[in-house]
Ligand binder design. Structure first.
Ligand code: DCC
Length: 206
């Protein structure tokens, strides 16, 4: 009997862990013709986002830049508010930085997607004051599932890998947020023409 599954009953399909590697019949990701050019900053997808939003005082303020193909780079500076152990970044915060970087890959495909599964490896402690250099790319697409991987390096963009993650994101429509989000934030977002334009632009694929 395992601690993770104390009754040893088979999990229903919806609760089974999904693989993080694309299946054999996955296809290569397609960069949208109107995706930001390599080297262009992506900006925040939502001002109040904890990962990237500029209007979120408690957020990570992560800034991502378009890379070649369907890849992005990003930088995240570890602040005192991000500590777990004295002087070291909290693992959950580092996972959030990886999640946000992986999430921004949708911009390059003009697809809205949410995290379905995310697995992080913590390889080195990350001290406060460190700039974490993140790189993420899509490894394959299978229906609505987008498989991706990311690393976070310390000591420079070519430095040692401190954290890495593999993920499956699931494509959703903008209604996912309208149907599930709290009314006051949804109403505020829908009253912001820039936010509506950003969201709808993602849904127009070639
Ligand atoms: C405005 C601009 C905003 C831009 C917004 C950008 C936001 C980025 C923010 C950073 C990223 C986040 O933190 S996002 C927030 C954290 N994530 C979430 O809140 C997601 C919560 N989960 C859900 O809402 C749901 O479970 C969904 C949407 C993920 C899936 O539900 P669904 O739509 O009913 O999909 P379903 O039919 O069940 O499954 C479709 C396919 O995906 C697979 N699948 C389903 N769930 C999972 C899963 N958890 N992990 C792996 N794979 C999964 C299924 O096996 C199936 O594969 P097959 O049978 O087809 O092979």
């Amino acid at each position: 009997m395992s601690a993770a599954n104390p009754t040893n009953q088979p999990r229903p399909p919806a609760q089974r862990k999904q693989p993080l590697e694309p299946p054999e019949d996955a296809v290569a990701p397609v960069r949208h013709p109107e995706a930001p050019a390599p080297g262009e900053p992506l900006g925040a997808h939502y001002g109040q986002c904890f990962g990237c939003g500029g209007e979120q005082p408690h957020g990570l303020h992560l800034s991502a830049t378009a890379g070649e193909g369907v890849s992005v780079t990003a930088e995240f500076t570890v602040k005192p508010a991000h500590q777990g152990a004295p002087g070291l970044a909290h693992g959950g915060v580092l996972t959030t930085a990886l999640d946000e970087t992986l999430g921004s890959l949708g911009w390059l495909m003009h697809v809205i997607a949410v995290t379905g599964r995310l697995e992080t490896d913590f390889l080195r402690p990350v001290p406060v004051g460190t700039v974490l250099h993140l790189e993420a790319h899509v490894t394959g697409v299978h229906g609505r599932k987008i498989y991706s991987t990311a690393v976070g390096r310390i000591g420079g963009p070519d430095g040692e890998v401190a954290v890495r993650a593999d993920a499956v994101f699931i494509e959703v429509k903008v209604e996912h947020f309208i149907d599930n989000g709290r009314d006051e934030e949804i109403e505020a977002a829908m009253a912001d023409p820039d936010q509506v334009r950003r969201a709808r632009a993602f849904e127009v694929n070639p």
